[in-house]
Design a protein around this ligand. Sequence first.
Ligand code: TXA
Ligand code: MG
Length: 334
Amino acid sequence: MDTKRLEITEKNIAHAGNIIRTGGLVAFPTETVYGLGANALDEDAVRSIYQAKGRPSDNPMIVHIADTAQLADVASEIPEAAIPLIQAFWPGPITFIMKKTPEVPMTTTGGLETVGIRMPENETARALIRAARRPIAAPSANRSGKPSPTTYSDVLEDMDGRIDSILMGEDCKVGIESTVLDLTGPVPMILRPGYITKEMLENALGSEVQYDPALMMDPIARENQGDFHPKAPGMKYKHYAPKAQVRILEGGDQEVQAQMEELKRFYHYQRKKVAVLDYGRDSRAAAKDFFARLRELDREGVEVILVHALPEEELGFSVMNRMLKSAGYDVIHV
Ligand code: TXA
Ligand code: MG
């Protein structure tokens, strides 16, 4: 299949909308990461997303809408807490889990009665949804297990020849995937941390928000507990793994830097190509840069990536969630 490269013009967006409506796949920019879109209401189209990504079929898709008028097409019940949250954060980098309508096929939700819904802020993304006149199911546009793509060339690296077309938009300004918030229980629960943090949600709601306990568990405790079931099925798969080995160093700045120097020497003796990622305390910069950098370092043939841990608070907690996964939870405490 020849993947059509589309510049962002009105005509091309209309064309891409047509591709979606007729069952095809279009990769498109959002403010978080690039998405791989298909008509969310068309089972066959959604099945071809799983195929193109090589994704396990029990991993549900996020359904993207362009305006609140579309919400009733996909959600059968709008929980009360959704009202202030939609007001505060949509369009934007947050996905709300609600009960689905019968029109949303189980193929889209990975067999669940609930559906993740997001209204992206990116103008091209919303223009595409309007042009398709359909809600768009879209996971991140990477091959399953690889770092999420935050530029159109990262998408092409994984998907060229596997999808109908790509809208070649801007680089993603957030750089990590949306916060996933479950609104179907008594207390809103964060299933995947993202740019919109627990603190921001609690401020907008004026009440408590919880983390999925699975997010807080350390990985060893998690492995020992045979029945580990995160509520977002996608969270259990190996994720964001570059070819290089990623190692996280945690501790005081000076101690970490000294340890990094020592490890660099050690790997140089082994003739291994090493890179260091140190964002200081700047979790915003880390979010925007991290996935793109993993891919870049892979292209450069780097074999070991040493990452200085971020403070695990607010956005830093969300970025560390991605960093820890990419490292397979290999953390050196110094
Ligand atoms: O920022 C984003 O959310 C990007 C862009 C393209 O919008 N999309 C994205 O999709 O990251 P994906 O498929 O890579 O991740 C979706 C996550 C998975 O962890 C999945 O398990 C969870 O959301 N999820 C989706 N629907 C769910 C549901 N009904 N219940 C629980 N978790 C759900
Ligand atoms: Mg993904």
